[in-house]
Design a protein around this ligand. Structure first.
Ligand code: PRE
Ligand code: MN
Length: 354
């Protein structure tokens, strides 16, 4: 082909490109108007029946050289782009996204601000086992300047034969001890029907890793106004994690904290793999406070200090650890809970005490 011919063809192509651009833009404006009309009528934007009808008509009139599959594919792309234009901000960007809300959300746990710039430490036993066990722990926390105590009353365990927790009795113990020492409490709730009741006893509802996609539980937590600590699932992507948070926030409960707790990988040196990169990613993508559970992510007391420091260096708004008066006799997670001496050394190493 001569140079002149090539130039001529490319010139024609450029002009068709411009016509296509004008037509596509014209089409997009019409689709936007249809979108506004649909919004007024309260009907869904996505209309697969209409799309199928248009595609069938186009294919019926297709004279080539593009085959029918290619025509379907190209027009489907156009429909999808038009649909995106029609969708409100609400669908395009999640409520939990930084794109919707630029400023950091500060979660108020009583008079304690989480996400306000000063990292917090949440500590306490894996399970609430007895009044005395919780009381001993609370005394150490109080003396160390820690204000938020954790303790599991409902324990989702891998085996049904393992200790399942004291249930509501455990929540009552937490409340009684916390009020004696002026502490705030966090405890996991596993049943949507318990959420309202739990608000009477605890200051923060934890939704555990195994329940991160228990959508009925997320909805129930979204219907109350008690702060929620949402754990990342064992094998959940960051996108799935944020969508779970969206379930809560979209029901009106804006007081949500995210917590990275390690993800499942092939590595056996730690109980899970602490995904430290999740911290800055979550902070970039979302405006919610981000904490790191160094106990369950590592399962190793000997590396909790460095991992907690790494979490804070990565921008975490807080760290959670397990501490027990006598870990050897603990009814759950015995190997990874710190005793009081280990806990004090951990605090010194991390420099988080008040
Ligand atoms: C349009 C966009 C989205 C719908 O899924 C179907 C079609 C399109 O771009 O053709 C327009 C539109 O909203 C409509 O015709 O109802
Ligand atoms: Mn535990």
């Amino acid at each position: 082909m001569s140079h002149g011919k090539m130039e001529e063809l490319r010139g024609r192509l450029d002009s068709v490109n411009l016509q296509l651009l004008e037509l596509l833009s014209e089409r997009a404006r019409i689709a936007q108007e249809i979108g506004q009309e649909k919004e007024k009528q309260g009907v869904p934007k996505y209309d697969p029946v209409r799309e199928k009808k248009m595609l069938d008509e186009l294919v019926a009139l297709n004279k080539g050289p593009f085959d029918n599959e290619t025509i379907r594919h190209l027009f489907k792309q156009v429909f999808q782009a038009s649909l995106k234009l029609q969708q409100t901000d609400h669908v395009k960007h999640l409520l939990v996204s930084r794109k919707r809300h630029k400023e950091d959300t500060v979660v108020s746990v009583g008079d304690i601000a989480v996400g306000g710039g000063k990292p917090i430490l949440v500590a306490g036993p894996c399970s609430v086992e007895s009044y005395e066990q919780v009381r001993k722990t609370a005394a150490v926390l109080k003396a160390s300047g820690i204000s938020v105590m954790r303790g599991g009353a409902f324990k989702p365990r891998t085996s049904p034969y393992d200790f399942q927790g004291l249930g509501v009795e455990g929540l009552k113990i937490l409340k009684e001890v916390a009020s004696e020492f002026g502490l705030k409490t966090i405890s996991e709730i596993v049943d949507p029907a318990h959420v309202e009741l739990a608000c009477e006893y605890i200051d923060v509802i934890q939704i555990g890793a195994r329940n991160m996609q228990n959508f009925e539980l997320l909805k129930a937590a979204g219907d109350v106004r008690t702060p929620v600590l949402l754990k990342r699932g064992l094998a959940a992507t960051i996108d799935e994690f944020l969508h779970s948070a969206e379930y809560i926030v979209s029901r009106g409960n804006t007081q949500v904290m995210l917590i990275e707790r390690g993800i499942r990988t092939y590595e056996r040196a730690t109980r899970n793999t602490l995904d430290i990169s999740a911290v800055p990613i979550l902070k970039l993508e979302s405006h919610l406070p981000v904490l790191v559970d160094v106990t369950h992510s590592t399962g190793r007391k000997d590396i909790m200090g460095p991992c907690a420091r790494a979490a804070l260096a990565a921008g975490a708004d807080g760290v959670m650890v397990e501490v027990h008066p006598d870990p050897a006799t603990a009814l759950s997670d015995a190997a990874q809970q710190m005793n009081f001496d280990e806990f004090r050394r951990f605090l010194e190493e991390v420099g988080l005490q008040a």
